[in-house]
Design a protein around this ligand. Structure first.
Ligand code: XMP
Ligand code: MG
Length: 179
């Protein structure tokens, strides 16, 4: 598995430091608010489980699976719900937890959907922001890393469902997807 990684972008320690920083900030901003953290499956799952353990406040969690990618490394721009929330967001302070914001299509769709469902507030925490990929002008409120315009895997992020279990984030070698 490791031989498919061209370069390590963020080590386990880099990620830990960023997760602690984001968790502390969220603990302050959501103190006493009982926010609902929405993990965008599957990529954000590792980030979310680490993140919530850095927050010394009551939080609730739920999961949503949306897809815009299939097995390609370039977004199709289309978003569809594969698994919806179990929880009503009406009147809730919602925090969308994303692994990476690329074109912005997923986030744009989710923010619109949750505001239609009358969430009291909607904020976004993204482990990574790939600003060069943006085609829809949406912004994450809390960002871990600004990443270069490369396809990254590990720490939850996949290519064709592989590499999610890498403990660090790296750039995938082109030989994996060019044959
Ligand atoms: P959009 O384009 O909607 O994309 O902002 C958000 C989703 O696309 C996936 N994505 C990636 N997944 N490496 C990945 O493993 C990447 O470099 C990458 N860029 C975008 C990701 O699932 C994200 O939630
Ligand atoms: Mg994803």
């Amino acid at each position: 598995m490791q031989e498919d990684i061209k370069k390590v972008l963020y080590s386990q320690e880099d990620i830990h430091n960023v997760v602690v920083r984001l968790g502390k900030q969220l603990a302050v901003d959501y103190a006493g608010k009982n926010p609902l953290f929405i993990c965008v499956l599957k990529g954000a799952i590792v980030f979310m489980t680490d993140l919530i353990r850095q927050i010394d406040e009551f939080v609730e969690i739920d999961f949503m699976d949306v897809s815009s990618y299939g097995n390609a490394t370039v977004s199709s721009g289309e978003v569809k719900i594969l698994k919806d929330l179990d929880t009503s967001v009406q009147g809730r302070d919602v925090v969308i937890v994303e692994d990476i914001v690329d074109t912005g299509a997923t986030l744009h769709y989710l923010i619109k959907l949750l505001s239609t469902r009358q969430a009291a507030s909607i904020k976004v925490v993204a482990l990574m922001d790939k600003q060069a990929g943006r085609t829809i002008p949406v912004k994450a409120d809390y960002v871990g890393f600004d990443v270069p315009n490369e396809f990254v895997v590990g720490y939850g992020l996949d290519y064709a469902e592989r590499y999610r279990n890498l403990p660090y984030i790296g750039v995938l070698d082109e030989h994996v997807y060019t044959h």
